[in-house]
Design a protein around this ligand. Structure first.
Ligand code: ZN
Length: 83
């Protein structure tokens, strides 16, 4: 499974120290409140479902196959699987 961290940046360019809260609005936006210690203020970022979807990394079937093979090798090395 691919994973991509959500990019949260303050206007000042600092990455947030803390995420305070994640919530949802009645118009189906995801909202993340975070704290910038450089500015000493709470900021928020809201994202629609469409924007969330766009932010998702592409499905990578090959990477999944590869990690499954690695898992199998790992289990084999432990003597758990292999037949
Ligand atoms: Zn800031």
């Amino acid at each position: 499974m691919g994973y991509r961290a959500m990019q949260l940046n303050c206007y000042c360019g600092q990455a947030p120290d803390r995420i305070l809260e994640v919530g949802f609005t009645s118009d189906r936006h995801m909202v993340v409140h975070f704290w910038c210690s450089a500015c000493s203020r709470v900021l928020f970022r809201s994202q629609s479902l469409d924007e969330c979807e766009q932010a998702c990394p592409p499905t990578d079937a090959e990477a999944e196959t590869q990690s499954a093979a690695e898992d199998a090798r790992f289990l084999q090395s432990l003597g758990i699987a292999g037949s």
